[in-house]
Write a protein that binds this ligand. Structure first.
Ligand code: KG4
Ligand code: ZN
Length: 335
């Protein structure tokens, strides 16, 4: 079975080819046309600009992905597309393209939840093992999700305000480090001392599994205002990164001890963070029932269509939704 997958939920236009044999799905090609340079000028994504910028690269990306996989449109069995959550106008470009292909080729269309995609980035070329616990951390999400099977997902905790990636991005904006902020903060943090500034670890003292990052952002604002010369940028970056990863790692371990999953999965754009990857790998390794820890390769952390094709291959879909007639944009889709 060959799946052509399309992802346009935010600022990456991405198309991938995925093949599935004997219940194992593998990414054959994965093209990502990034708009980062455009959004860097405004310090964040402007939804209408993102939508417009998807229109140009979408068809060339389809051709490119097929060429890289040595396939033609006629080899495609199923079209998969992100329907949400995401930016309404940006999603519309991918969905209308996918619906048109589905209609013209007379092939089924699978609507994919973007968060399921981030989780499925852990399953390229291997069979998922359940129950698993996923920490999904991106620009729009900070969620702890228990996966009993691919049709039994339970949201155990989420952010009450900003997502972890949003916190990285907003702190980077305060420090004039550009957009997106996560990669730059992480780079600067390598040269800083994380113990320099005593920042809050929001929600750690509460027993619930939720997160909150807006207070941390405010603390950073006060700190930056008190250091007008910004001579300590590296130390500020190291300190905020340590505060964010402390909360993410501790809440994940707490949830894991409560639910004892067989696998622990890291997912989302912030999963590219070196410190988070290293600490979560190290700490989950110490858990007494020895769950397996997985994190996607770096190129599958940020938004990409490969993960959307993997989700289409592994997550079941009701047959009534497998058509271009009923597939629609779902910007606020939840887990
Ligand atoms: O998953 P993603 O590509 O888009 C959303 O679905 O939101 O995640 C983008 C987010 C941005 O907030 C970006 O700053 C963050 O992931 N990010 C990082 C790193 N690389 C990307 N955050 C921390 N460290 C990184 N190395
Ligand atoms: Zn994402």
């Amino acid at each position: 079975m060959t799946i052509l997958a399309i992802e346009t939920s935010c600022d990456e236009t991405s198309v991938a080819v995925i093949s599935r044999h004997n219940s194992i799905a593998r990414i054959r090609s994965n093209i990502v046309a990034s708009q980062i340079a455009i959004h860097a000028k405004t310090g964040g994504v402007v939804p209408e600009v993102a939508a417009r910028e998807h229109v140009g690269p979408i068809i060339p990306s389809i051709k490119h992905a097929l060429r890289d996989a040595s396939m033609e449109l006629s080899d495609v069995d199923i079209i998969a597309v992100t329907v949400g959550p995401g930016l309404h106008t940006a999603l519309a470009v991918g969905i209308e393209t996918a619906k048109t292909l589905s209609y013209v080729l007379n092939k089924p269309l699978i609507p994919v939840n973007h968060v399921h995609g981030h989780i499925a980035a852990n399953w390229d070329g291997r069979k998922p093992v359940f129950p698993s616990l996923a920490l999904v951390v991106s620009g729009g999400h900070t969620e702890l999700i228990m996966i009993k099977s691919t049709n039994q997902l339970r949201l155990l905790g989420s952010t009450r305000d900003d997502a972890a990636g949003e916190c990285f991005d907003k702190v980077a904006q305060l420090l004039h480090l550009g957009y997106p902020g996560g990669p730059e903060i992480s780079k600067r943090a390598e040269h800083g001392d994380p113990k320099t500034f005593d920042l809050p670890r929001p929600m750690l003292k509460y027993k619930n599994l939720d997160f909150s990052f807006s207070g941390l952002k405010t603390s950073m604002r006060y700190l930056v205002e008190n250091h007008p010369l910004l001579v300590e940028v590296d130390n500020l970056c190291a300190s905020v990164q340590r505060a964010i990863t402390d909360v993410l790692v501790e809440k994940t371990l707490r949830t894991a001890r409560q639910y004892r999953p067989k696998e622990i999965l890291l997912a989302g754009g912030v999963a590219a963070n070196k410190e988070l990857r290293a600490r979560l790998a190290r700490e989950t390794n110490k858990l007494p029932w020895h769950p397996t820890y997985h994190q996607p390769p770096l190129d599958l952390c940020m938004d990409n269509a490969g993960m959307i094709g993997l989700a289409a291959a592994y997550f079941p879909v009701r047959s009534s939704t497998r058509t271009w007639r009923t597939t629609d944009i779902a910007p606020g889709l939840s887990v």
